[in-house]
Design a protein around this ligand. Structure first.
Ligand code: HEM
Ligand SMILES: *[C@@H]1O[C@H](CO)[C@@H](O)[C@H](O)[C@H]1NC(C)=O
Ligand SMILES: *[C@@H]1O[C@H](CO)[C@@H](O)[C@H](O)[C@H]1NC(C)=O
Ligand SMILES: *[C@@H]1O[C@H](CO)[C@@H](O)[C@H](O)[C@H]1NC(C)=O
Ligand SMILES: *[C@@H]1O[C@H](CO)[C@@H](O)[C@H](O)[C@H]1NC(C)=O
Ligand SMILES: *[C@@H]1O[C@H](CO)[C@@H](O)[C@H](O)[C@H]1NC(C)=O
Length: 505
């Protein structure tokens, strides 16, 4: 009995302590589904961004297949390959084992949401998870921290014309047993189908107005993540082109599904719950299959109370700080009473309630005493103190944009902007800079920095001193960066110079 209680409390203590830039970003991509910019692409599940809904194709199916092909190069013996976004390289996409445009389509969309905190491989993992979850499948545990490859992996994705022994060997190399292979293929092939274009020897031209790209689907509910793939296979009614295709050589699903005398497929056909829980487990392991040495985070569960988009602005004239931001309450208990001006949105199967606080709605936040500063915040939700068990939600007031930043717009091509960054007395950074998201030569997200100049005659009495830079007017948004005691910190939300006032003339 005591053991059980202990386990429950350990489980509950799993969430991390906010703030953690990487975990905050990963948590948001996984759970803030109405805001992450990609869930809308698998809602509805027949949505296909590169063609009409009657194409027979879907983003959801492409995202699931893309994650598998990225992982399938893994060699569990030497630890090479795995989920590392090597599938984004055109050299890998040109291989016979990666035929079709589903990979370039998926990468184009998912790579765009990668950031310095979220690798491209993490976005491929989240893409699979959101596709499965939003199309009727189970929730899949998500860990972050995948590392993007800098070159293609060696080949290793199974192909339909290979024999059963090769497939067993291939999945074994990837780290999956024969039974797990049957499960993974069934979990993958509950969505989508085989297209004529890349596989003309398996699927003929259909001339079907409901499948303009001539896709023969693996089951009758190809946009639903369900066990019909197994039910129809066992019933003998399946149209799966890798089971009943006219050329038996490419009937790989038939060989795989039957390889244990149908035991696994029969169990899936009998139980939608078993199918769902097996898929949650196998697909979770699949996206967690990473090259040796990559350290994934703990499973990322939603924080019950989560501040976001905090922005502190130094107002020199009054020696005050303007404070604004948002706070998200997750799955607010039934009967809780959200105040006005909240936004309620869904996060998959959950509900998030967002409160926006700023200096307009809450004038007290317009003029915090800069000398006193701010160290942390806490919230009271329905009379319950939310402060991360006494830790509070730490807020850094060391470095921030100053509202004396400004731009000139009246001189045409001469237009300039001035960024002022306020640095708290005593902080003494070695560098202060503007940060801008960018990409390196192999497409990985990174950050470029534009250095600021320290004040020439610092006012020894000032609460904050101003570092500055003048540059041509740009609309680019920057965050604030500083190197303090050898550690790089990032502050504020992406802000452009035109969000400040025009410079005094
Ligand atoms: C022996 C193993 C496998 C073989 C030979 C195989 C073969 C294929 C083939 C030939 C297609 C058609 C692709 C196209 O027309 O664009 C396909 C589609 C697909 N496969 Fe597999 N597959 C295997 C395992 C898996 C696994 C393990 C998963 C995921 C867990 C998966 C997920 C998918 C999905 C979602 C599609 C549909 C793509 C779409 O409709 O755009 N496959 N597979
Ligand atoms: C996997 O790695 C081991 C150890 O380096 C190697 O012997 C084996 O050939 C590799 N397997 C494949 C299919 O490349
Ligand atoms: C296309 O789909 C619609 C709606 O599901 C259906 O009524 C119609 O019969 C289908 N047409 C063909 C040619 O399969
Ligand atoms: C069946 O498929 C195999 C592998 O793609 C191919 O070599 C063979 O010619 C095909 N047979 C027929 C009858 O199309
Ligand atoms: C598996 O089930 C299918 C459909 O009922 C049947 O055609 C096939 O012979 C079975 N395979 C094995 C190995 O029992
Ligand atoms: C520095 O601050 C002290 C205390 O607020 C004040 O008395 C003094 O005049 C200030 N000195 C300067 C140079 O502003």
């Amino acid at each position: 009995m005591l053991k059980l209680v202990l386990l429950v409390s350990l489980g509950a203590a799993n969430a991390y302590v906010w703030p953690s830039p990487q975990l905050d970003a990963l948590e948001a991509l996984r759970w803030d589904q109405d805001r992450n910019g990609i869930t809308g692409l698998v809602q509805p599940c027949d949505f296909f961004i590169f063609g009409p809904a009657n194409s027979g194709r879907s983003n959801a199916a492409d995202w699931i297949r893309t994650a598998y092909h990225d992982m399938a190069t893994h060699n569990s013996t030497d630890g090479t390959g795995g989920m590392d976004a090597s599938i984004r390289f055109t050299e890998e996409q040109a291989r016979p084992e990666d035929i079709g445009d589903g990979f370039s389509n998926s990468v184009a969309v998912l790579q765009a949401v990668s950031t310095r905190y979220i690798s491209i491989a993490d976005t491929l993992a989240v893409g699979l998870i959101l596709a499965v979850e939003n199309c009727g499948g189970p929730e899949i545990a998500f860990r972050g921290g995948r590392v993007d490859a800098v070159e293609p992996n060696i080949p290793g994705v199974p192909e339909p014309q290979q024999d059963l022994d090769s497939h067993i060997a291939s999945f074994s190399r990837q780290g999956f047993t024969q039974t797990e292979m049957i499960g993974l293929v069934a979990c993958g092939h509950t969505m989508g189908g085989v297209q004529h274009d890349p596989f003309p020897d398996i699927v003929p031209e259909l001339n079907d107005p409901n499948s303009t790209e001539s896709v023969v689907h693996f089951d009758s509910t190809h946009v639903n993540f369900d066990n019909n793939i197994a039910i129809e296979y066992i019933a003998g009614t399946t149209k799966n082109p890798l089971v009943v295709g006219f050329n038996d050589t490419t009937n790989s699903d038939k060989r795989i599904f039957g390889s244990d005398g149908n035991a696994t497929m029969q169990s899936f056909a009998n139980s939608p719950d078993l199918f769902a829980s097996t898929c949650a487990d196998l697909l979770g392991r699949m996206v967690d299959t990473v090259p040796a040495g990559v350290q994934l985070t703990d499973v990322i569960t939603p924080l019950p109370v989560k501040p976001a988009k905090l922005q502190l602005l130094f107002v020199g004239d009054t020696n005050t700080i303007q404070f604004s931001g948002e706070v998200r309450l997750w799955d607010l208990a039934e009967g809780a009473n959200p105040i006005d001006s909240v936004v309620t949105v869904s996060g998959g199967r959950h509900t998030a309630t967002w409160y926006i606080f700023d200096h307009i709605a809450t004038p007290a936040l317009a003029a915090l005493d800069a000398a006193a500063g701010i160290t942390s915040i806490h919230y009271t939700v329905d009379n319950k103190l939310e402060d991360q068990d006494g830790v509070g939600f730490a807020v850094a007031d060391d470095v921030m944009f100053s509202t004396s930043s400004c731009f000139t717009s009246d001189t045409g091509s001469e237009a300039t902007g001035i960024f002022h960054i306020a640095v708290r007395a005593g902080v003494d950074p070695t560098r202060v800079y503007l940060e801008q998201p960018t990409r390196d030569s192999v497409g990985r997200p990174t950050t470029s920095e534009i250095g600021l100049t320290p004040p020439t005659q610092p006012d020894s009495n000032a609460t904050y001193v101003i570092w500055s830079i003048q540059m041509p007017l740009v609309f680019t948004a920057f965050t604030v960066g500083a190197e303090i005691d050898g550690v790089k910190v990032t502050r504020g939300v992406l802000t452009s110079m035109i969000e400040f006032d025009q410079c005094p003339t």
